[in-house]
Design a protein around this ligand. Structure first.
Ligand code: DGY
Length: 344
């Protein structure tokens, strides 16, 4: 017997406003933990009767999940990145995918800047020195770093977050460069940034900040060859996805001092532990994938994911679809699955 309320599976307890929103319209089945991801076998069982799935970046949503979820109509990912989802497989099955762009843009750009400043000015290294009782008398070259103000900032990936990182550079009187698959005139107009081919950007930038999505084309795009092109004074920052970088080659490059320092929010295989070689490097600042981690932003992300899920299951316009065009091209999208008026 079919229920009037659509059944949804949610892979983690979300901030209350999002849980409430889901409960108003749906029959919610929940992996009711805050920290621990749902084990794969429980996940596969959990989606068996689900029409909607609200997933996090800790869940791989692939052909196996789709096969286990014959009634599935929508996957709402609580992240702007959706490399954890096999979008092509979803499209082929007529399953809609949504993500959470825009609501986390400024928060993530703030974190990119925190890492730029911390790595350039040796903030974490300085605290460690004090904690180790190794702070000796002031001397002219004690803990010298590199200047941010007036330097050249090169952003790889000209999406929303890349644009927000560049915009902040204006306040620091920086020369702004960007690289992207295609030139981005709107970003140039908004920030004054200038397009550079990838290798030229690496050669010319004092700060190289990666904000590109993880795709087959970008996986491993930064390795020994690219680091060797950077300045020996350069600071490298990654707030996008770990697998964009060949991590063992980054470790070797940082040991050799080119780039001079790095600030990393993301890693090849997360979470990393204290034994990870990057943590042994004084010139590397590591934080645990916290780009969007403010209460306000995480609540907005969860709420947007819930809104997308409910909209898809009740035939209302979607807020932030990923594969709507592809579904429409296959003749699979319902007409009501149009992008909503509020393009965030
Ligand atoms: C995302 O949204 O893709 C982040 O990595 C988590 O905020």
């Amino acid at each position: 017997m079919s229920s009037a309320r659509p059944t949804v599976y949610v892979t983690r307890r979300l901030p209350e406003p999002a849980m409430r929103l889901l409960a108003e319209t749906c029959l919610v089945s929940l992996w009711d933990e805050v920290e621990r991801p749902v084990p794969r076998d429980k996940f596969l069982r959990g989606v068996a009767s689900a029409e909607g799935l609200l997933s996090l970046l800790t869940e791989r949503v692939d052909a196996e999940v789709l096969a286990a979820a014959p009634r599935l109509r929508v996957v709402a990912n609580m992240a702007v990145g959706y490399d954890n989802i096999d979008v092509a497989a979803c499209t082929a099955r007529g399953v809609l995918v949504t993500n959470t762009p825009d609501v986390l843009t400024e928060t993530t750009a703030d974190l990119a800047w925190a890492l730029m400043l911390a790595a350039a000015r040796r903030i974490v290294e300085g605290q460690r020195m004090i904690e180790a009782g190794a702070w000796g008398p002031w001397h002219p070259l004690q803990m010298v770093g590199v200047d941010v103000y007036g330097a050249t900032l090169g952003v790889v990936g000209a999406g929303r977050i890349g644009g927000a990182v560049l915009r902040r550079g204006r306040g620091f009187a920086m020369r702004l460069l960007y690289h992207n698959r295609h030139p981005a005139p709107a970003l140039e107009a908004a920030t004054g940034a200038v397009y550079r081919p990838f290798e030229d950007l690496l050669r010319e930038s004092d700060f190289v900040v990666v904000t590109a999505p993880l795709t087959p084309a970008t996986r491993g795009m930064l390795g020994a060859r690219e680091f060797a092109l950077m300045r020996d004074t350069a600071v490298f920052v990654n707030v996008a996805r770990g697998p964009l970088v060949r991590e063992d080659e980054l470790v070797a490059a940082l040991r050799a001092g080119r780039p001079r320092a790095a600030g990393l929010d993301v890693f090849e295989r997360e979470p990393i532990g204290p034994e990870h070689p990057l943590l042994s490097l004084p010139n590397c600042v590591c934080v645990p994938h916290i780009g969007s981690a403010t209460l306000t932003t995480r609540t907005r992300m969860a709420t947007l994911a819930a809104e997308n899920l409910v909209a898809a299951l009740t035939g209302r316009p979607l807020l932030t679809p990923v594969n709507l065009t592809e579904l429409a091209a296959l003749g699979r999208g319902a007409p009501s699955w149009e992008r909503g008026a509020t393009d965030r």
